[in-house]
Write a protein that binds this ligand. Sequence first.
Ligand SMILES: Nc1nc2c(ncn2[C@@H]2O[C@H](COP(=O)(O)OP(=O)(O)OP(=O)(O)O)[C@@H](O)[C@H]2O)c(=O)[nH]1
Ligand SMILES: [Mg+2]
Length: 679
Amino acid sequence: MTNTIPNSPRNIALIGPYLSGKTTLLEGLLHTCGATGRKGSVNEGNTVGDSAQEARNRNMSTELNVATATFMDSDFTFLDCPGSIELLQETLFVLPGVDAAVVVCEPDADKAQALSPLLHALDAQGIPHMLFVNKIDKATITVQALLDALQPISTKPLVLRHIPVQEGDDITGYIDLASERAYHYELDKTSVVVELPGTEEDAFAEARYGMLEALADFDDELMEKVLEDVTPEKDELYANLTKDFQDGQIIPVLLGSAEHDGGVFRLLKALRHEVPSSEAAAERNGTNTATGTVAQVLKTYHTQHGGKLSIARIWAGEVKDGITLNGQRVSGLFRMMGHEQQKISAAKAGEVIGLGRMEDAVTGETLSDRSSGEGTDALATPDILPAVYALAIAAVHRDDEVKLSTALAKVRDEDPSIFAGHDDTTHQLVLRGQGDIHLKITMDRLNLKYGLEVTSERPKVPYMEAIRKSVEQHGRHKKQSGGHGQFGDVHIEIKPLPRGSGFEFIDKIVGGAIPRQYIPAVEAGVKEYLVKGPLGFPVVDVSVKLYDGQFHAVDSSEIAFKTAARIAMNDGMKLCSPVLLEPILQVDIAAPSEHTPKINAIVSGRRGQILGFDTRPGWTGWDVVSAHMPQSELHDLIIELRSATQGTGSYTASFDRLQELTGRLADDVVTAHNEDVAA
Ligand SMILES: Nc1nc2c(ncn2[C@@H]2O[C@H](COP(=O)(O)OP(=O)(O)OP(=O)(O)O)[C@@H](O)[C@H]2O)c(=O)[nH]1
Ligand SMILES: [Mg+2]
């Protein structure tokens, strides 16, 4: 095994739970590389990342930050992903384009499970990843206790590379188990080498043995040495560490404090030596044999001044300014440094760069320089996460409605996990996404970027109504006023139909009681009525039979028969025992199995009916609970689910059926609806 440093550019995703310190780490990495003159801070709002106003306002990342820097002679592009679980889609689009990921986490066992969806995505795609335990300056648990909490979440062994050095209550440095060197953290500077502290000798020996044992599982020679108590050469050790990391067999664990530059230099060294060359990722997705130019869009921005900017990983060939990809001309090629871009003229395979004004390119899309028809096979794109939260939105100013729909299209271009659409039943514009924060960020964007004032409210549930009894009803419309009068007269039978049947109109007129040309008007009148039944909701599952009537040779007309039909419906429907119908959804809730009992309780507490539970396919240690739940109980389900499952729980839902709702709950719905209509 030899250990050479790849000379290709490499792309590193910084991912991890909310507020674990990724953007701070990005700042530290860039500063250590000498790419920035001054180190910024998230709290002061002057970092390279998070430049969008909605991010600064919240002290959190709201979208991907991309920055390129050179460490020693190695080029790196860092892709700092937002950590909020509600912004997970951003990470999912980035991962296919990276050579490795640094998973940034906090030394807090209670937040361990938040890593689960990320580790699953990395595993599924075979992306080498290491763990950077950040905020070590304020750790309240031992590193071992943290590993004990994290290991069950990972399918791969976590291999500790550093142990902390403790002085009193404070962690003042660390020992690198591979180099056998001790480092002292220097505030806001690269750590310095110090003598191995005598107090940590036992801990060091034990941890180093643990590391060797873990590596020996993947290498027979090393196994022999470990069994015979022979110390391996450093080169052999590094070669093993590198190979096992690159093959995704181990997850190295490094410690640090991004805020104070602790462990940042060491992390860069590990990345420089151990992240595979960019060809490895090309082999992973099969583009290593591609001819011509192939790239994939990882993120789309609509910049304030420069128009559309597509962040793309080049997989094969070269991209030059002005090249045509997927039939569109690239207008401007950029190396990224947060919101600042440096214009370049060309970039080659392995690089992640910005492509200007590719108006039709969408996130995830494969771009190539071939004419359509003989194009490159499209690369896999991540699934779009199903929406779990919704708000009805409206432009404050009516004139803004067109502007709003244009802005929403752009917002969706930047964030494919946002959905917006009109609900035909409730007539609301509904924004759907990953949670309250996600939707509020989106509304901020509409406001800050597109100057739109938008209000939001809990979306209405599309209730319907039906009937339980049949009735025969006579309806007559007769008006005598000056010249022509109006005359229409119908006899109808209104009957309930089984659930899911919809509407049926039966024409049983015989002997010309109503001339044929007026019958469609009767049906139209009935349908007009059904938009709003006696309870105030659209009526379904009803049959209306027209069986008799009268007409007048001069005064009858289509409009008169339509009116007569509406009168009959209006009088008759009240007598049919109207009943409210609420939508019931099939809901599948996924979470780590230890939470299953809690999920069952949540479902029952929301009038749900549990259908059963099963293991989640492809997710070790996860269950899926299936249930039928009323749509009205789903609005804030995700909030309760996440708080019960350390943020990991999620669900999918689809319409199952309409079901009768009676009693106080139904009365409340009807009262609220009628108040709303009256207002
Ligand atoms: N004590 C301490 N605080 C840190 C450290 N690194 C980051 N922080 C603080 O943690 C908070 C979150 O930092 P960010 O860098 O924004 O975290 P993030 O992971 O990018 O957050 P999101 O992108 O929103 O998920 C900020 O208040 C930082 O100052 C660290 O090493 N030690
Ligand atoms: Mg961040």
